[in-house]
Design a protein around this ligand. Structure first.
Ligand code: KIV
Ligand code: ZN
Length: 526
């Protein structure tokens, strides 16, 4: 195999399919931040959004196109001229634009969603792909629900898309139904039976409903696919998408087996994982492959003994290869602004001067209460400070009355659109009292319902910072918020406020199209 034949392109769809995960919402600044880290990671293609779905998606594609230059930026479009025109418009500033248009091909989708027959689908493929090619040199076509599609028809559809000008043909396992050998066979059938397949690259896009997204993607590359669509931490619709870090590290670690490569700078994996977790509000499970807190931890005596003798005994990849360094005691209460800024640089945390001031203030506050500040403390503080600066509702102060002698009550001070306001509330426990007080001050969300409240300690020890995740739901829209603080109740208030801000943003971003999509008009998987 030549060097170019064995390269697998990495197409990241964290900003599009990832953002469609229930409860996930990313604002503009956060999407741009993620796109920059994806570029640093070396992904080949960033799918930045679905421009027709909402003004927020349109702007995200436009901004990423303008700001992130060394990477192909893709925008999603259904097989309609309006969708495709909108995608092309959003991609105008891109150095390397790609229109990604798709249509369903399975009988389930044709009969129940599209209400089209196979001939009509073929006609739509010719029309949509050739229209997209008229607007953009790089066109990708996807057969939604490919894994449940009749193979003869799928081959005909792929041939049609290539004839109309698609340079990449993507085979999604939209509902996560495939199993590895069968999926590999499908890719082989396409390779062997589509007469013009040599003019296109085969791509795969696997969902994780049966926990097989990575296995299916790897089986597909063995069978000849040369692009994998994936997301950081595997976020995405339902059970999520193929996880970028897992597929990339499998190809790298088992190079002798796959004889393939990607151009991912794997040492940026942890940075990308932390950022996506903080922005999406989805805590990474401790035992998650590659990026979980325990992925490189050795607890049992036998394992620890082996590791001390030689790390190869129980480690198939090094923590450093994914950008993980032992959490060090880094700073204390006497450390200055300069030391903090230097440490942030070392950890790859980018902050502008204004944000550094905020972060330094929070750091000093923490250092007064907690003797030793670790790397992980800084990551948590940085996420908390950086991602919340533009929030409409900002946390200012909290005092709580709790314990066995009720009633439990809270006094909360917030800044809403520049105006500082305070409220008292009683509740069923201190957390409930805090949330009630916040709801009194921030009236745009009187009906927001709490769906999830989760606390975890950032480091060990009783003086550890708490990281709290809160999920709120209002009229079918949900949003996750996060907050970190040395005081669990303050972290809870911050997390609740963060989720409220995200709901507010979601409301602003909603367009009739986005609402239709949410209400079920958008076919499954998009
Ligand atoms: O899951 C899916 O089928 C998709 C396509 C739009 C690529 O996300
Ligand atoms: Zn998908």
């Amino acid at each position: 195999m030549t060097n170019s034949q064995n390269k697998v392109l990495i197409f990241d769809t964290s900003l599009r399919d990832g953002e469609q995960a229930p409860g996930c919402s990313m604002n503009h600044e956060e999407k741009l931040q993620i796109a920059r880290v994806l570029a640093e990671l070396g992904v080949d293609i960033i799918e930045a959004g679905f421009p027709i779905a909402s003004p927020g998606d349109f702007e995200a594609v436009q901004t990423v196109s303008r700001e992130v230059r060394d990477v192909t930026v893709a925008a999603l479009a259904r097989a309609t001229r309006d969708d495709i025109n909108k995608a092309a418009e959003a991609l105008k500033p891109a150095a390397r634009p790609r229109i990604h248009t798709f249509i369903s091909t399975s009988p389930q989708h044709l009969n129940h969603i599209l209400k089209m027959d196979q001939d009509q689908v073929i006609e739509a493929i010719t029309d949509s792909v050739s229209h997209a090619r008229g607007l953009c040199d790089d066109v990708q076509w996807s057969a939604q629900d490919a894994s449940r599609t009749d193979t003869d028809f799928l081959c005909k559809a792929v041939e049609t898309a290539i004839t109309a000008g698609a340079a990449t043909v993507n085979m999604p396992d939209t509902v996560g139904y495939a199993v590895p050998e069968e999926f590999a066979d499908l890719i082989r059938e396409i390779k062997n039976r589509v007469p013009n397949i040599d003019k296109a690259r085969i791509s795969v896009h696997c969902h994780n409903d049966l926990g097989l997204a990575v296995a299916n993607s790897l089986a597909a590359v063995v069978a000849g696919a040369r692009q994998v669509e994936c997301t950081i931490n595997g976020i995405g619709e339902r059970a999520g998408n193929c996880s970028l870090e897992e597929v990339v590290m499998a190809i790298r670690t088992r190079n002798g087996y796959f004889n393939l490569r990607s151009d991912i700078n794997t040492t940026a994996i942890m940075k990308a994982s932390r950022l996506v977790s903080a922005v999406s509000g989805f805590v990474v499970q401790p035992n998650k492959a590659v990026v979980g807190k325990n992925a490189f931890a050795h607890e049992s005596g036998i394992h620890q003994d082996g590791m001390l003798k030689n790390a190869e005994t129980y480690e198939i990849m090094t923590p450093e290869s994914v950008g993980l360094h032992e959490s060090q005691i880094v700073l204390g209460k006497h450390s200055g602004r300069h030391a903090l800024s230097k440490k942030l640089q070392e950890l790859g945390i980018e902050v502008g001067d204004n944000k550094l001031n905020d972060l330094f203030a929070r750091f000093k506050e923490l250092a007064d209460k907690k003797r030793e500040i670790y790397d992980d403390d800084l990551y948590a503080l940085a996420d908390d400070t950086i991602l919340r600066r533009n929030d409409t509702v900002q946390f200012r102060a909290l005092s709580v009355n709790c314990g066995t002698e009720g009633p439990q009550s809270a006094r909360v001070k917030l800044e809403v659109d520049g105006e500082v306001r305070e409220e008292n509330a009683e509740g069923n426990g201190p957390v409930d009292a805090i949330f009630c007080a916040i709801r009194k001050i921030a009236p745009p969300h009187p009906e927001a319902k709490l769906q999830l409240y989760q606390v975890h300690a950032v480091t060990g020890g009783t003086d550890a910072q708490a990281e709290v995740t809160v999920r709120l739901e209002e009229h079918g829209r949900s949003a996750n918020g996060q907050g970190a603080d040395h005081d669990t109740l303050v972290a809870s208030a911050r997390a609740y406020i963060n989720a409220l801000n995200k709901l507010l943003l979601k409301r602003e971003r909603s367009s009739p199209d986005a609402d239709a999509a949410r209400d079920g008009e958008r076919p499954v998987g998009i």
